[in-house]
Design a protein around this ligand. Structure first.
Ligand SMILES: *[C@@H]1O[C@H](CO)[C@@H](O)[C@H](O)[C@H]1NC(C)=O
Length: 187
């Protein structure tokens, strides 16, 4: 009986997240950027590809990270949807000083910080981000982003980025490019 209830519950969740990316089992445990330097990571990043997230539809998506006086990180997320520029402001924190590449991000006072891990970055051209949330250790929902300091990246850089994700058992098969054409200040 209990098993049936759990099964029904997870089926419901599966249906409700089916437009996102879910996988059975716990989250993968990818390596993150060693000796992560937050100060070099700050500033503007353009989204090149991502594992789809329903709340992130739109084009010309960019994120600007800056430090607030209280040392929290201001995250300004900008996208264009249906001809309108929409901006969301959130907060990122380093949750554990011993693992500085594992940021947590929240876009509302009421929502908990969700993982925002920098798996790899060279700070001045590309950054790979990953977020994974487990549900009852039965399955997980994950997100991944390839970010760039410019509105495009060479195909080989994207290929290599996907290799890094795959190495950590992150399924890149459903990654989709973000349209960065016809955006303000860009090609
Ligand atoms: C990012 O945000 C900071 C703080 O608001 C601002 O000073 C800076 O100009 C922004 N950077 C870009 C590239 O928009």
């Amino acid at each position: 009986m209990k098993r049936v209830v759990v099964w029904m519950f997870s089926l419901t969740l599966v249906i409700s997240v089916s437009s996102q990316v879910f996988h059975w089992g716990p989250c993968p445990t990818p390596l993150v950027q060693p000796n992560f330097e937050l100060n070099r990571y700050l500033g503007k990043w353009y989204e090149i590809e991502k594992l789809p997230a329903t709340y992130e539809k739109g084009t010309c998506i960019e994120t600007n990270y800056s430090l607030r006086p209280d040392k929290t990180i201001r995250v300004v997320y900008v996208r264009t949807r249906k001809g309108k520029v929409r901006t969301a402001e959130g907060t990122a924190i380093v949750q554990n000083q011993r693992e500085p590449a594992k940021l947590g991000v929240s876009f509302s006072y009421f929502t908990p910080y969700s993982p925002h891990w920098v798996l790899s970055t060279d700070y001045d051209s590309v950054a790979l981000l990953y977020s994974c949330t487990e549900v009852l250790r039965l399955f997980h929902v994950d997100y991944a982003w390839i970010l760039s300091r410019s509105r495009s990246l060479p195909p080989e850089t994207i290929y290599h980025a996907k290799e890094v994700f795959s190495r950590d058992n992150i399924d890149v098969s459903r990654m989709v490019p973000t349209d960065q054409h016809g955006c303000e200040g860009g090609a």
